[in-house]
Write a new protein. Sequence first.
Length: 246
Amino acid sequence: MTSITVDYEFDWGGRIKTAHAIERVTFPLLESLEKVGAKATFFVSAETVASTKPMLEAIVKAGHEIGSHGFNHDLKYDTLNKEALIEEIHSSKVTLEDALGISVVGFRTPQFRKNRFTEEALLSMGFEYDSSSVNTSLKGRYEHRQHEFGLLPEIPVSTIYNRFPAGIKWINLLGAAFDPAEVRVIYLHPFDLLSMTETLFSYRRGISPLVLAFYLARFASPLKTLEKVGKDSMTLASIVAQGKVG
Ligand SMILES: [Zn+2]
């Protein structure tokens, strides 16, 4: 099983509070998904809702899932206590549900910053699954799988070569060498899909040369790669509903 997941947030990981990439890539992305019959899960940073509502409505209309990616993407979610986590995630859930008339059952914490309160907080708000970790031996911010207590299903982002999170940029660079997993979870951000020209343009808006080089390095169009590796994609909510993860 494969699931394409999109961390739907402001430009450059929420570092710049504009929705340029979201506006540029949402409709081409929806066309690609439709072309290959894929259904994806969009983890939406709720601070974007006011400026992206027409795009979000199109995503819902096309039958994709909307999950929560928190409200304020800048917060370090692994430093929040249970009450603060509940406040932040609840405001995200309610904003998304009210704006779109949907029910939000899935969560991915910003920057994979899960802590020992995350599962309890999600459970108290009726979430049905979490996708806030990565199956990797890499140290640092991905190293949070110790905060899983089995209170609700956790569906980690997959890896390639047992190291690199299966983001579309890495798949484009290294090939689709996925490590075995029950569910192959691929992830991307809207800005991963910008053209080279648009990425270069963004450089003038304060991105370091090293980060830029990573985003410019590509051997194929990210959307074409996604169509190839994600063609059987189902939403995480539907995979959980089938009891395929535990
Ligand atoms: Zn994010």
